[in-house]
Design a protein around this ligand. Structure first.
Ligand code: PHE
Length: 369
């Protein structure tokens, strides 16, 4: 007959010696598995006499229970040790430098656009937008460009192929067509999906992309303008000059900007003017308030009576001014970027240098970051 205390001592010894969970499981199978030593003993109970079974039964069952408990206790011990070992091995070394962060940057044009809108918003202007793909009427005809007139050649237009109705759409050459849309909406002549509810008096700015077939250091085929439109009963050229002078001061955050107004011609304003900013572009960067260069940043003037009429407003009742500011050029001047083409070349190194953080502290002048 098997000596139970000897078997128990042997099993306890092996449990204690099991160095890891796999070894411990081997001990469990050898003792309590299907044909393990204790399981084999349990099987002998059936063939015993009742007296014998009464004596051996509790002994063998006791042995089975104690072996099971000892295995469970050792298992918990080994698991804890394994976790400790992992925690020690996988410790994070906080002294290692973090990998470089690759954050996106805000493009200077978008930054400048936001700054401009914030300044005009503070002056009481609303915001309107229009489509990039325009028709001849809004881009030219309504703006008093006579048919076939050489003034149309002022803008090197990207024309789209003729559509099913024989009409050729175009990529708008300026943001001025949105003036027309805003005035028509104000007049109630068109569904007012822009500047909803605007009635004269009108006071809006209109930011957006514009397109001309042109490319050099100060021209790119796609660029950005911010149009301004003010229509009321007594608005005059003085209001235009004050608004632009005030804008320029706030935008450049300095009085040291030298600007000049030059008489000009636009079919849709009378009188018309252009405004230049004095700057030095001789080095690798742009400096304002010095140098012998003048960078044209806007066109403007008093809205032509024909334009008012084309938009359904009575020129004997309403008058006002309009202007179109070059957003990218203002960015070049404020942030010292000498070549406009770099702005849209899509070079991430350029953007890393000239771009803005999306998480910067707000600028106290504009409330924008
Ligand atoms: N649309 C003109 C341009 O792109 C600028 C302008 C706007 C002039 C409004 C007068 C009034 O050159």
């Amino acid at each position: 007959m098997t000596d139970l205390s000897q078997l128990e001592a042997e099993i306890s010894g092996r449990i204690a010696q099991a160095a890891d969970l796999a070894e411990l499981d081997a001990v469990r199978v050898a003792a309590l598995g299907k044909s393990g030593s204790i399981s084999e003993l349990l099987k002998t109970l059936g063939a015993m006499s009742p007296d014998e079974r009464r004596e051996r039964g509790p002994q063998i069952n006791g042995l089975r229970d104690r072996a099971g408990q000892a295995i469970a206790a050792r298992k918990a011990e080994l698991e804890a040790a394994e976790l400790d070992a992992r925690l020690a091995a996988e410790r994070v070394d906080l002294s290692l430098p973090a990998p470089p962060e690759r954050r996106g940057r805000v493009h200077p044009t978008m930054q400048v656009m936001d700054e401009m809108i914030a300044i005009f918003a503070a002056m009481g202007f609303g915001l309107a937008e229009g489509p990039d793909i325009e028709d001849d009427f809004h881009n030219f005809t309504a703006l008093n460009f006579p048919p076939k007139h050489p003034a149309r050649e002022m803008h090197d237009t990207f024309w789209l192929p003729e559509d099913a109705n024989g009409e050729r759409k175009l990529l708008r050459t300026h943001t001025s067509p949105v003036q027309v849309r805003v005035m028509q909406a104000a007049n109630g002549k068109l569904p007012s999906w822009i500047a909803a509810g605007q009635q004269p008096p009108i006071r809006v700015v209109i930011p957006g992309r514009v397109y001309r077939s042109d490319s050099d250091a100060t021209h790119t085929p796609m660029f950005h303008q911010l149009e301004g439109l003010v229509i009321d009963r007594t608005i005059h050229m003085g209001h235009l000059k004050w608004t632009l002078a005030e804008f320029t001061k706030r935008f450049f955050e300095t009085e040291a900007v030298v600007t000049r107004f030059r008489p000009h011609h636009f079919p849709f304003t009378e009188p018309s003017a252009e405004m230049d900013v004095q700057c030095d572009r001789s080095g690798g960067a742009v400096k304002i308030g010095e140098g012998s260069d003048w960078l044209e940043i806007l066109g403007g003037g008093m809205v032509h009576p024909n334009v008012l009429r084309n938009c359904g407003l009575d020129p004997d009742e309403w008058q006002g001014f309009a202007f179109g500011l070059g957003v990218d050029r203002l960015g070049m001047l404020k942030y010292g970027m000498p070549d406009l083409r770099d702005m849209f070349a899509g070079d991430p190194r350029w953007l890393a240098h000239y771009g803005f953080s999306a998480f910067a502290a707000p600028n106290p002048a504009t409330g924008l970051s």
